[in-house]
Design a protein around this ligand. Structure first.
Ligand code: NAD
Length: 481
């Protein structure tokens, strides 16, 4: 069957064909799903130009008008829910239940920022109290301009919605660069947005590789702010290029997060949460709790149960009955994760299960979930983001040791705590250097709570009012009475 050739550039309301051909694959079959034609630095120039022209009118619309469009987009996503789930499953390899969570998250995010956009009308020009009656002051929040959004492949539509919805709500115009690995859901989203009544030029898409499109976006003088989600190495490059024009930058980068199982924890719950935190999305999560710290008295039974759990996970293509974990996203990622596992074994760490291709999956980038123990604290396995279904388990003898181990990382995105005593779990949560801590809970994310972390995991926060403020300038107007 011939793969469809899809235009991957959408500028000023028009789709553009031609340009570099990007091959998009299905990681379950290794077969080609589509060819997407990408853009280059010139397309970025054109997209920025269109966005700048649209900015004058869009930036002056009311929050209520913007909210109406955001709700239409949410409605359009809901109407194409099944199609978007299917695209996520075929392009990313996510099982249907995981892809459905992504699509519902996108709907929730657009609706949430519709509310915030609407509420912003009543907050504009708010009076500021001054210690003088000779002056008055008012506060305005204004859209920062044309923004460049660069997103990765692991939760493509979700990471896009977390940037796009607040940027539009704030009154910014957008140039979006999807990941060249997984552009299909974003192209569908672009069709939905094109039909939403959003004025042309406000939203533009330029698919392409990081070098062809992401790099020129990061340095573009017409872009006021770049919001990037991806690897630390690329995040640093984006920041360096953005520095040339003193551009605002938001970064959502890597993680090496911990899940702490305290001595009084419900063991079944701990295993369930450790499995979800390590193996959801085949472990390809910046928030993966890939370091599991277990109170020594629970270590042996925990290891026994997490290994049994990992062995029981059905690794299969999304369309297969009962599939619980899909493949890794592509060959490069598959080889990277396997290399990490092999290097980990060489350090003396013990691979207790998994880390190999399942016998019943001869094709596709499938990997059995892996559990390691005895992982040296200075090894890459313990310290670096693996971005695959690999969990390292280690015992601890005191609360202080557990906290110190968890905080001993260049990253600080999220953490999980499992334990029965409320005071202890709250105290431990407060001591962890992470932007979001879950207590006895799976990795639920609400648009109302911020996303982002400490240290080298993030610069800024997404979601909540902070996600919208990231696309706003603050202006005070002070008048002599
Ligand atoms: P990546 O850094 O390779 O690519 C991310 C995006 O940047 C892609 O669109 C890519 O084309 C683009 N890009 C590549 N080179 C570029 C350059 N020189 N200039 C500008 N853009 C460039 O990351 P990935 O492999 O797609 O995604 C995995 C990484 O993303 C992991 O490290 C993961 O932790 C991180 N991530 C973080 C979060 C978070 O919220 N903190 C969420 C999801 C993923």
């Amino acid at each position: 069957m011939l793969s469809p050739v899809l235009a991957g550039v959408y500028i000023d309301g028009h789709w553009r064909a031609g340009g570099e051909q990007l091959t998009v694959i299905n990681p379950s079959t290794e077969e080609r799903l589509a060819i997407v034609t990408g853009g280059d630095a010139r397309a970025v120039d054109d997209a920025v130009q269109a966005a700048r022209e649209a900015f004058g009118a869009w930036s002056k619309t009311t929050g209520a008008a913007r909210a109406m469009i955001l709700r239409k987009i949410a409605h359009g996503v809901a109407a194409r829910r099944e199609r978007l789930i299917e695209l996520q499953s075929s392009n990313n390899g996510k099982p249907g239940f995981e892809a459905a969570i992504d699509v519902d998250d996108v709907i929730g995010t657009f609706n949430y920022y519709a509310e915030l956009a609407e509420a912003s009308d009543g907050q504009q020009n708010r009076a500021v109290e001054l210690p003088s009656d000779e002056f008055t002051a008012r506060l305005r929040r204004e859209p920062c301009g044309v923004v460049g959004l660069i997103v990765p492949w692991n939760f493509p539509m979700v990471t896009t919605a977390w940037k796009l919805a607040p940027a539009l709500a704030a009154g910014c115009c957008v140039v979006l660069k999807p990941s060249e690995v997984t552009p299909l859901a974003e192209l569908e989203l672009a069709q939905i947005i094109a039909a939403s009544g959003l004025p042309t030029g406000v939203f533009n898409v330029v698919c392409g590789t990081g070098l062809a499109v992401g790099a020129p976006m990061s340095g573009h003088p017409g872009i006021a702010k770049v919001s990037f989600t991806g690897s630390n190495a690329v995040g640093v490059q984006v920041m360096q290029r953005a520095a040339e024009t003193v551009k605002g930058v938001s970064l959502e980068l890597g993680g090496k997060s911990s899940l702490l199982v305290l001595a009084d924890a419900d063991l079944d719950l701990a295993v369930e949460l450790a499995s979800g935190g390590g193996f959801f999305n085949a472990g390809q999560m910046c928030s993966a709790t890939s370091r599991v710290l277990v109170a020594n008295e629970l270590l042996e039974p925990f290891l026994e149960r997490i290994v049994a759990k990992a062995r029981s996970i059905k690794v299969a293509a999304p369309q297969d009955e009962g599939a619980e974990m899909g493949p890794l996203v592509n060959k490069a990622q598959y080889q990277r994760v396997i290399a990490h596992i092999e290097a980990g074994k060489d350090t003396g760490a013990r691979l207790l299960c998994g880390g190999k291709r399942p016998a019943d999956q001869p094709r596709g980038y499938f990997l059995q979930p892996a559990v390691f123990s005895h992982v040296p604290l200075d090894s890459a396995l313990w310290r670096e983001e693996i971005f695959g279904p690999v969990v390292c388990v280690r015992g601890f003898s005191s609360e202080a040791e557990a906290i110190a181990l968890a905080n001993d990382s260049q990253f600080g995105l999220v953490a999980s705590v499992v334990g029965r005593d409320a005071a202890t779990t709250e105290r431990v949560a407060n001591a962890l250097q992470a932007g979001l801590v879950w207590i006895n809970a799976p990795q639920v994310i609400f648009p109302q709570t911020a996303w982002g972390g400490y240290k080298q995991s993030s610069l800024g926060r997404e979601l909540g009012p902070w996600g919208m403020q990231a696309f706003q300038e603050i202006k005070h107007v002070v008048r002599a009475v």
